[in-house]
Design a protein around this ligand. Sequence first.
Ligand code: ZN
Length: 299
Amino acid sequence: MKYKRLTALVLVIAVLFSFCSCDTLNQFFENDLDAESRIDSDDLISHFIDVGQGDSEFIELPDGKTMLIDAGTREGGNNTIRLIKKLGYRKIDYLIGTHPHSDHIGGLADVIKAFDIGTIYMPDAETQTSTYEYLLKTIKNKNKKIKKAKAGMRIISSEEFDYSADILAPVSDSYESLNNYSVVIMLRYKNRRLLYMGDAEALAEKELADNNTDLSADVVKVGHHGSNSSSSDAFVKKTGASYAVISVGKDNDYYHPHSKIVKRWKNAGASVLRTDLCGNITICTDGNAISVKCEKQEA
Ligand SMILES: [Zn+2]
């Protein structure tokens, strides 16, 4: 009898855990689930945070570690801090500042103050802005150092969870445009791949192609807010992406994203998701299936 009860209990737990796939995401955002239950899931969840005109992606990795790529402007970065806290995390294991423009690194100093920080990656590119200098000072005050990001570096590889994070760019040592210094990251979880382009432009895309880098990806965080400086035809086709995410502010001064670029991704077969229309965009995968959630509308 006792044995039967135990079997029943195991079955109930197994059923509960079978729902702990991407479904937990909806439950969490509908406030039915506490943060700890959410963290227990081994899905990979990428949050493309609505920081207005800027970029910020927070990634919950399958082993419970976390990665943050950029944190928008100083003002926009408050949304990043709020979301990470809501999700229940206290530590960012891998922090990446793609390049030293204020719409990417402006919010990083406050993020660094708010959380425990693991390894910080940034490209070997400097600028004299007060935003950049404030970030350097904050990193120093926290007794942290910056690891210079370069193509070919591996951030993490987990055999146990079958995932990896690799730095694909910058390929060269120096560029005219700061955008081309962007740290480009490929995340792989089992059979799925997510590519984060920062503000990399056509030149950096071509370097990746010339390098014979495998650019195939299910999800691409489109380079440079959908500007026509990036997303060259050859690059878009090479990715074969199902989802193209554009991080962009509503009615921004730069007219991002460019309609031609949006069309290019769509014509290549990708669903285009925009933070100015969706708010926060959440993409979840168990390594095979992918689900997408838009804060403001159904994707
Ligand atoms: Zn930018």
